[in-house]
Design a protein around this ligand. Structure first.
Ligand SMILES: Nc1ncnc2c1ncn2[C@@H]1O[C@H](COP(=O)(O)OP(=O)(O)OP(=O)(O)O)[C@@H](O)[C@H]1O
Ligand SMILES: [Mg+2]
Length: 665
């Protein structure tokens, strides 16, 4: 990508990897004027003069190399010195180039943020201790965390709580049902007792009544037998006249309304019966058999002698029905009607208890399943959270909690992710600043080492030219051209030294309330000429005066200079340049302002938009790749961010986002 690719490595490279700068500076044999050394060594970072020089004295310098005919575009020596070894990445940078303030984390393996979390048990730990520890592998690491016993897990606790609740509910309802049953049992029991008492009281009366009726029937039957005997004695009935006997029986039957049947037994039998009194409906009448009583109508004749008379009476069942219904009432208390079916009360109670048992089992099962699902949903989220936390503890700062919904756990996960994003961004910023710091130190040393010998070399070259005897024309021509080359390279090296020094001398930002509009106005006044050619346009849009930031005016102006230079240089070979500098409140982010430099150049490919901010990343032959690194360092010092995006002018837009200053905030 960079035109100073691997082929540049062929050139001689007196860089810091070959000869440590300290050693060269200490070499007493080198003809370095102490004044020149002091010049660089004394470039105090915080001296106000140095800061003013940075902005006010140097704007045209970066554009100078492009002035036509000033120098040839590339020279091996210049390139090889200007470009520190590109293979030296911050992670693999030798300590010798990155000491002096840069700590180990900027040169070696990335720091482990929470090193103390993954503590493994000592090797001599007893097995019982090990069984209480859960090992989780996270990438190459093994993280130890206390193992939670099953009864201590949230899942088990929620299930147990729900099952206990279920048991409590079921127990309470069973108890209530039992109480209710007992209550009604008491009511029904006392009713049954009363009915038993009533039945017991009524029974003797009923028995006496039935007995009296039976005796009455027997007395009436005996009276009828005497009547028959009397009729026979009076001669109203002949001994050999069975029809007459039957007639008499019928006569008695007609006279006694409740008599159903009358039957004489003996030598002559006769039967008289009345079907009308036969019960047509069941229970309409009760038949009471009476007799037989002795019947001796013709004593001494042998006729119907030693006979008998029997009868059946039809009894009105009203009393019996009352008695029966009393018993039925008693029995009715032992039964209940359910959906038209008569069911034994005891059986019904047993069924109720069985139903309660089944309902209890169902409730417990539902409680268990609901508890399991509920606990599962919660613990699943918790375990996702704890997994992410363990991974972060293991050093994986890219770990994130997946979307967990809108409940408190979801908010916790989102907050955790937000915190990690902040942490990652702070870490990126820190590591960038550390990297830039290390590069600044190296630039300072290189500039120092290169600058010192330049003056003696230049003097020596001038002397060579002056001392030319002029006797040999060919020799003189060769000498002149060689001296020119040397002087060109010296000039080139001087520019590079200036560039390195400026990079090394970027001071700490002095933050104070600053009106953004003023920065733009001052920039336009001082650097409006940056575009040189008539056809070029540099637009500076006035900013609203309300935008105030905590910033360093000089440094921010320097950033704008660097960005406008880049914009101009990127388009210069292609045609008229159009650059626009503007500041406006950040869209959708109240509390932030955006400084933008848009251009109509070729733009920057998306995959390079991060990389261009790395020091020494350049595609320009004359560039050192430090302009954007300075911009990013300054912006980070302002707690801001810088990014590259597509410009509405067709090229690249570099956007600097800075927090607005809230007075008293
Ligand atoms: N506006 C731009 N349009 C296109 N490319 C750009 C633009 N700005 C920067 N770049 C690219 O980013 C690289 C790095 O820019 P940076 O300003 O850091 O270094 P440089 O301009 O090459 O050198 P220096 O600024 O130190 O003289 C440039 O070489 C160029 O490839
Ligand atoms: Mg630049």
């Amino acid at each position: 990508m960079s035109p100073r690719g691997p082929s540049d490595d062929d050139a001689p490279r007196p860089g810091p990897a070959d000869t440590p700068p300290g050693e060269r500076a200490a070499d007493p044999s080198r003809p370095i004027s102490s004044g020149a050394r002091d010049d660089l060594a004394g470039s105090a970072r915080t001296a106000p003069g140095a800061r003013d020089d940075l902005v006010d004295a140097s704007p045209p310098t970066p554009l100078d190399p492009l002035a036509p005919g000033k120098r040839e575009p590339s020279r091996p020596l210049a390139r090889s010195v200007a470009r520190p070894p590109s293979a030296v990445t911050p992670a693999a940078r030798p300590e010798s180039t990155a000491h002096a303030g840069a700590d180990k984390s900027s040169t070696g393996a990335p720091q482990r943020p929470f090193a103390s979390v993954a503590r493994l048990p000592a090797p001599d730990s007893r097995p019982s201790d090990l069984s209480r520890i859960r090992m989780t592998r996270i990438g190459q690491r093994i993280v130890a965390a206390p193992r939670v016993p099953w009864w201590g897990r949230l899942e088990s606790r929620v299930i147990t709580a729900l099952v206990c609740l279920g048991i409590l509910c079921v127990g309470a309802s069973a108890y209530l049902v039992a109480l209710t049953v007992q209550y009604f049992e008491g009511i029904v029991g006392s009713a049954t007792q009363k009915s038993d008492d009533a039945v017991a009281l009524a029974l003797p009366f009923y028995d006496g009544y039935v007995k009296a009726r039976k005796e009455t029937y027997r007395a009436r039957l005996e009276a009828m037998a005497r009547e028959l005997e009397l009729a026979a004695a009076r001669g109203e009935l002949a001994a050999d006249d069975p029809a007459g006997l039957r007639e008499l029986l019928h006569e008695l039957l007609r006279r006694e309304p409740d008599l159903v049947e009358l039957q004489a037994q003996g030598s002559h039998s006769a039967l008289a019966e009345r079907r009308a009194l036969l019960p047509e409906d069941e229970g309409a009448r009760i038949w009471v058999v009476s007799g037989p009583v002795p019947l001796n109508m013709f004593p001494g004749t042998g006729l119907i002698d030693q006979g008998s008379l029997g009868a059946i009476f039809a009894l009105d069942p009203a009393l019996d029905r009352d008695y029966q219904s009393l018993g039925m009432i008693k029995r009715g208390l032992d039964y209940v009607t359910v959906d038209g079916n008569v069911v034994d009360r005891g059986e019904l109670e047993r069924a109720v208890y069985r139903a309660i048992g089944a309902a209890s089992a169902l409730v417990l099962m539902v409680a268990f399943i609901a508890g399991f699902l509920l606990a599962r949903a919660t613990t699943r989220k918790l375990s996702m959270l704890s997994d992410a936390m363990l991974r972060v503890a293991g050093g994986d700062l890219l770990a994130r909690v997946p979307e967990l919904g809108n409940d408190e756990l979801g908010q916790l996960g989102a907050a955790f992710n937000g915190m990690l994003d902040e942490l990652a961004s702070a870490q990126r910023k820190l590591s960038y600043l550390q990297r830039v710091g290390a590069w600044q130190e190296m630039a300072r040393r290189i500039a120092h080492e290169i600058k010192n010998p330049l003056t003696p070399i230049q003097l020596a070259a001038q002397q060579l030219r002056e001392k030319d005897p002029g006797t040999d024309e060919n020799f003189s021509r060769l000498l002149r051209s060689s001296v020119e080359i040397v002087e060109d390279e010296i000039e080139s090296l001087r520019r590079m030294v200036t560039s390195f020094s400026r990079f090394a001398k970027v001071p700490e930002a002095q933050l104070e309330p600053t009106v953004v509009a003023r920065i733009l106005a001052e920039f336009e006044r001082a650097y409006g000429h940056l575009t040189e050619r008539e056809s070029d346009v540099l637009e500076v849009i006035p900013a609203p005066p309300s935008l105030v930031i905590l910033g360093d005016r000089q440094l921010l102006k320097q950033c704008l200079v660097n960005l406008v230079e880049n914009a101009v240089l990127s388009q210069r070979q292609r045609g008229p340049v159009h650059v626009r500098v503007a500041a406006r409140p950040a869209e959708g982010e109240p509390g932030f302002v955006e400084l933008r430099v848009d251009d109509n150049g070729p733009g920057i490919e998306p995959e390079r938009r991060e990389r261009v901010f790395e020091p020494y990343e350049s595609t320009r032959k004359e560039g050192t790749g430090l302009g954007l690194a300075i911009v990013k360092k300054v912006v980070l010092d302002h707690n801001g961010e810088v990014r590259v995006e597509d410009s509405e002018l067709g090229g690249a837009a570099v956007v600097i986002r800075l927090p607005l200053h809230e007075p008293g905030g």
